[in-house]
Design a protein around this ligand. Structure first.
Ligand code: HEM
Length: 458
């Protein structure tokens, strides 16, 4: 497909292809992308709301208008997630093919139907005490005046909360294996800074980073197998996610293969901790440079709460909610969503051939001044009901939307609404690193350098 081509369709339908920047032979727009991935999408948006771009072996269309984003996310049957085998071939790494983030069609539908009750609001309320305990423990471990790397601290915190609530694990020595795998996964997913030659290498070439990733994932696979074996050896004493899946092994309607249980564990351990850790990191990075918003947050945390939050308090923590939402507007942890057209279609008046890769860059859409005034500014009050009225659906979609909307969304919001006010009540952070670090587009959006803070206990 060549951007901007026009012609008459055989059935008189739309045959105009989306516009886009010129690319190089073979490389397409890779050289523009690797230089500055997020800036590249801002430049693409200048071509329109539906824009063509090209990478080695990928013909893609980036979508910037909320209406068309909605069409893609809600258009099951026309748009699907990327085919896993192809993804593996293109990106050169794989993770949890039978987990919820990669299955498609009927298999995905069955899985989602089965897993959804784990995230029901009533069940989530029971996790409040695990969220409070882990946050209290973290605050207790910090010394007054200590310098901390906040992204690492939050990553450990959200991993603990996940394993103590969804899974009744004591991570012990397994923690490092999971953290290492998550780190390597971020690195291997980061295309920025790669040379053109590296972008073109077939996935099986054992580059240094592919080798490190494979080793870390092998260790993670073994750890997950051990956790499953340990649970099988001690059945009956737990009421968690893993027990629920193991019990399903004998269910004839929905029997779960070992490989699937394994992949669900990997999926939840990865999808469920680094995303929330990044939301926390960016929230506190922004608060560190916006003292007025920090004061409003503290005020709420001290007036609404008379101790750690309970599930009943959460609805009253509106300032906290607006702060977290605004941080995820400016720094959406997932960064970008991926789909492909599984049949020929049209989008925004353009022809989309079957097999076109569709890119939905949250970070560009979230900063569109058609929907957000002064979009580069941190203004939590833009999420009050009055200010949100009239904003189109999918102008803001940090958790995606439609059938694949994040299954952990309420869990994540609940975590943010426990951790943020608890920190606001107990700690003052002094930012020691850059207030606006460069952002890398890895598996999640990540600051390119550690975010360092000094802790002042209140
Ligand atoms: C702030 C935190 C989080 C953010 C920003 C986030 C973001 C997202 C987004 C954007 C999607 C949709 C992907 C797509 O449509 O292709 C998604 C899906 C998913 N998320 Fe989250 N997530 C967060 C937390 C969590 C947590 C805590 C869990 C688990 C405990 C989780 C598990 C998943 C899973 C399994 C899917 C796939 C759902 C499906 O396809 O049916 N996420 N997440």
């Amino acid at each position: 497909m060549t951007g901007g081509d026009t012609g008459s369709g055989p059935d008189g339908g739309i045959d105009k292809l989306p516009p886009g920047p010129d690319g190089l032979p073979v490389l397409g727009n890779t050289h523009q992308y690797v230089k500055q991935p997020m800036g590249f999408f801002d430049e693409l948006a200048d071509y329109g709301d539906v824009v063509h771009c090209e990478f080695p072996r990928i013909d893609a269309v980036a979508v910037f208008h909320p209406e068309h984003i909605g069409e893609v996310l809600l258009g099951q049957g026309t748009y699907e997630r990327w085919n896993f085998d192809e993804l593996k071939e293109l990106l050169g790494y794989e993770i949890a093919p039978r987990g919820l983030t990669f299955t498609r069609g009927e298999e995905w539908k069955q899985q989602r139907h089965f897993l959804q009750p784990m995230f029901g609001l009533n069940r989530l309320r029971g996790f409040s005490s695990a969220m409070v305990a882990a946050t209290e423990q973290l605050i207790g471990e910090w010394d007054d005046g200590e310098e901390i790397v906040i992204n690492e601290e939050f990553s450990e915190l959200t991993l603990s909360i996940l394993t103590n609530s969804l899974f009744d694990f004591d991570l012990g020595e397994h923690r490092q294996v999971i953290t290492k795998a998550a780190d390597e996964l971020q690195t291997v997913a980061d295309m920025s800074g790669l040379s053109a030659v590296e972008m073109l290498l077939p996935s099986w070439v054992p580059t240094h980073r592919n080798r490190r990733y494979t080793q870390a994932m092998d260790a993670f696979d073994n750890t997950v197998d051990t956790l499953i074996e340990e649970r099988r050896a001690n059945p009956g004493q737990y009421d968690d996610f893993l027990t629920m899946m193991l019990e399903k092994e004998d269910d004839h309607e929905y029997a779960m293969a070992d490989a699937e249980i394994h992949d669900h564990l990997i999926t939840f351990l990865i999808a469920g901790h680094e995303t929330t850790a990044m939301a926390l990191t960016f929230t506190w990075l922004l608060l560190a440079t916006h003292p007025d918003e920090r004061d409003r947050l503290t005020q709420e945390a001290t007036t609404v709460l008379d101790g750690p939050p309970t599930a009943e308090d959460l609805a009253d923590l509106t300032v906290t909610e607006h702060v977290a939402k605004e941080a995820m507007r400016l720094y959406p942890p997932a960064g970008m969503l991926f789909r492909e057209s599984v049949e020929e279609t049209t989008l925004g008046g353009y022809h989309i051939p079957e097999g076109t890769k569709i890119l939905l860059p949250q970070f560009t859409v979230h900063e569109d001044d058609r929907w957000f005034d002064a979009p580069e500014q941190f203004r939590p009050e833009r999420f009050t009901d009055a200010r949100s009225d009239g904003r189109p659906d999918f102008a803001y979609f940090p958790f995606g939307g439609g059938p694949h909307q994040c299954i952990g969304m309420h869990f994540a919001m609940m975590e943010l609404k426990h951790i943020v006010p608890m920190l606001a009540r107990n700690v003052e952070f002094e930012l020691l690193s850059a207030p606006q670090p460069e952002i890398n587009m890895e598996l999640t959006l990540q600051p390119s350098e550690d975010v360092r803070m000094r802790v002042h206990k209140q």
